[in-house]
Design a protein around this ligand. Sequence first.
Ligand code: NAP
Length: 356
Amino acid sequence: MSSSTPAPIPGVYHVLLPTVMLSTAVVAYDLLRQWMTLLPLIAGPVTYFIDAPFGRFTPKSASMWTVDGITAWILMELPSPLTFAATFYCAPLTAALIPNFTPHLASPFPFSPFAGSSGSADGAAPASLLALLFLAHYLNRALVSPLRTPSRSRSHVIVPLAATCFNLANGFLMGAYLSSPAARAHLAGAYAAPRFWAGVALAVAGLAGNILHDEILFDIRRDANKAKAKAAASPVANEDQKAAKTNAEAEAPKKGGEKEHYAIPHGCLYALVSYPNYLCEWAEWAGFALAAAPLPAAVALAARSWTGLGGMSPPWIFLLAEVVLMAPRALKGHAWYRRRFADYPRERRAVVPWVL
Ligand SMILES: NC(=O)c1ccc[n+]([C@@H]2O[C@H](COP(=O)([O-])OP(=O)(O)OC[C@H]3O[C@@H](n4cnc5c(N)ncnc54)[C@H](OP(=O)(O)O)[C@@H]3O)[C@@H](O)[C@H]2O)c1
């Protein structure tokens, strides 16, 4: 009779556990995809009638429910890149399929867009390049941009809470998708595909345009702050300084005891629309989705069923969510500009040149 310890039961460790992990990851992934498609389609139209309480639409009366705008922005945006990086690294939709999978062995994971002997052949390198693009966006959105913002109105606490939930779900979905076997299959050989590079170019141009137009708004605040500081420093102000101070005060709305300065932005795409920063952000995520995932309509057609649209991949879900959530905000903000400034350019549209 042998005294050796019994061998582990392969069924438990190598079949059951991965199966449970895979089904949990797939269930979470599928459920979140459905909710992240449905909820923005409901919330977007609602915010057309009830203004989301941040920025110029923060309630004017002081309230214990409002929080500092810049801090709230950083805290609500940071979960997106953190969740994304962790999920992309762990690759939950892949991990359960490969016994003994460890992320650092699955070269070029993580973040080696140009490494790996196979180049883009297995889709891992283009996926890593897109992951870097996602993280670059959020480095700006969560840290660089808010820390450069001269001032931001206070925000009702409901806004950072809702945005944090959105960003946690979106970070998970995007990380799980980009590290999934499906994404790697779609991205196999992508470095030789014009569509991939067209998408990446649109994403980079959109990011640059978004930063540029945000910067024009920041300059309005910086100039107003300088003018106010100058006027305050010299008790006998000259006529120009007095005029600047008067303008700033005339245009500053009262919000919970705070005063923020607003003026008509000019330059670049502001000639055409009131919210070019939103338009460029949409272009960025449209380019990203084009590079990262098959067109939802193509999937639906291939499956010969419109149900394909209900199972969209995360990059397209993210684009849809951004458009339906930000379009009402742009329309309301555009109407606000027209009410507030009698000389607001009549030809300017809200967010889509000549259309909307
Ligand atoms: N809003 C969203 O749902 C959303 C979603 C995803 C990404 N983003 C992106 O996040 C960035 C910020 O979004 P946002 O909705 O806050 O954009 P926004 O309304 O254009 O405001 C951007 C910044 O500029 C200030 N500002 C706005 N209009 C101004 C004016 N006429 N004169 C002087 N300062 C002005 C705002 O201050 P106040 O806060 O005091 O108004 C804020 O600090 C954008 O790049 C956007 O694309 C936004």
